[in-house]
Design a protein around this ligand. Sequence first.
Ligand SMILES: [Zn+2]
Length: 295
Amino acid sequence: MQIYRSIVGGGSWPGWTEAQLEGQAFHTIDSRADLDAKWPRIVAAKPAFLKVYLEHSEEFAKRRDDPAFFGKRGLDPALLPDVVRRAHAAGLTVSAHVTTAADFRAALAAGVDELSHLPLERITADDAARAARQKTRVVTTVISHRPTDGVADAPALHRDNLALLRRAGVPLAAGTDGEGTVIDEAVQLCRLGVFDNASLLRLLSIETPKSIFPSRRIASFGAGDEASFVALDADPLVDFAAVRRASMGMKQGHLIEGPTPTDTAASDPLRCERYAPSVPAHGPAPHPSASTQRP
Ligand SMILES: [Zn+2]
């Protein structure tokens, strides 16, 4: 709400007023009565999926009516299970914006299909196990515009949470939440040292697109599959930065004209494994391969 209001207030959407946002850019749900009243309009808009906002759910009561927390609060976590139930009944999936570990847990407890972000707090092995059991996908967004005040070392936090999620077998998708492309996100994920080149390439080129378009025959080369792919001018298994150097692309059988890659091969190939911390910051020291390889 605060984001959309600042977009309109800043003049980036000419012709839009703040009053037009409710019901089009977003729906505010303050109570079960609100949900009952607004649900028909939400479904009638035929959304591809629903995104729900949780923000410090552990302090929901404290933040709910305090103007100081405008833009720093979200949906009442007690309403979320009902939202998810209705969404699933209408054939819609639900992706939850989460910031804290409590948000992560509330979203899982409500049965959402996807968590739109890694949380900005450490999660536990139990949290990861639950996400794996429920097959709840987590979108990485290590590149994000979200404020990280109070987080001493965001890359270390993301590294630990991602390692936990990978070990538990939680489905992941690469995605940014701000400036940059998914390629930038993947390179940043590489530098966290939680993936080896092959696993990260699989995440970027197979698991992520399939999660966005589950019904399309993409990221595979069987008979009758879509001819949608890029060709890189170097082997990303040797130098992950090669994902920045697509020399041709094809979308559904049509050749895509694009700029000639300007990023040339560096003398030092990008090997994601190299960034794995030799001594983990938390927990007992695992075998070196445990932090980079899915068991
Ligand atoms: Zn979000």
